[in-house]
Design a protein around this ligand. Structure first.
Ligand code: ZN
Length: 204
């Protein structure tokens, strides 16, 4: 079994061209111009910092109102959670589930999944490597559609607008929620899944 790193090579992450490590580390790929690294630099520290920040910002994102509805002079503020309850109570189960998945399930899977991967590298666990790599691929794939979460808020606003003569404003929780989405995206990009496989190679 041989990896590029073990063979003294660096594979370009963008175009796949393989270069000798001693000449390539820290340089740019002469074929496509991408930065060449044996592994993404400071992957563990960066990913940890971004994940911790994302987890902390989940608090204001969920405690502060995400929508402010003014209807016939009365102001109603909704957090993500109370918005979901509201939709369930009104029998709009599909919308409620959509918001639940976009605002809790997806960020939850990202934060818990990446934390598990970080711990596995730090503590040198080499079990369920294929599953963990598959989970990383899933998180990366979902990450590309992450702005869907933010669009959800605007869809919500649109739905409420249809249902009543109301003024909808985005509440102070929304920028925090957007920040959580961006931070988890950056965390996913800074994690290098090859580090998980390095643990097994180091053991063999
Ligand atoms: Zn390249």
């Amino acid at each position: 079994m041989s990896s590029a790193a073990r063979s003294g090579l660096i594979a370009c992450e963008e175009c796949g061209r393989v270069w000798p490590r001693d000449q390539a580390e820290g340089h740019r790929c002469a074929r496509c111009g991408a930065a060449l690294h044996r592994r993404r630099p400071n992957s563990l520290a960066r990913t940890t910092a971004l994940l911790v920040a994302a987890a902390i910002l989940l608090l204001p994102a969920n405690i502060l109102p995400i929508l402010r509805t003014t209807m016939t002079g009365r102001v109603k503020e909704d957090t993500i959670l109370s918005g979901i309850q509201h939709f369930f109570a009104q029998g709009q189960v599909a919308v409620a589930l959509l918001v639940l998945v976009a605002s809790f399930v997806v960020p939850g899977i990202k934060i818990i999944g990446l934390s598990w991967m970080l711990l596995s590298v730090r503590f040198r666990w080499d079990w369920r490597l294929r599953d963990r790599t598959a989970l990383y691929r899933l998180i990366e794939f979902v990450g590309r559609w992450s702005m869907v979460d933010v669009f959800m808020i605007s869809i919500l606003a649109g739905l409420v607008r249809l249902s009543a003569l109301a003024t909808i404003e985005v509440g102070p929780g929304a920028p925090w929620f957007a920040a959580v989405v961006v931070l988890t995206m950056l965390a996913t990009r800074s994690f290098d899944p090859r580090l998980m496989w390095d643990v097994r190679e180091a053991k063999s």
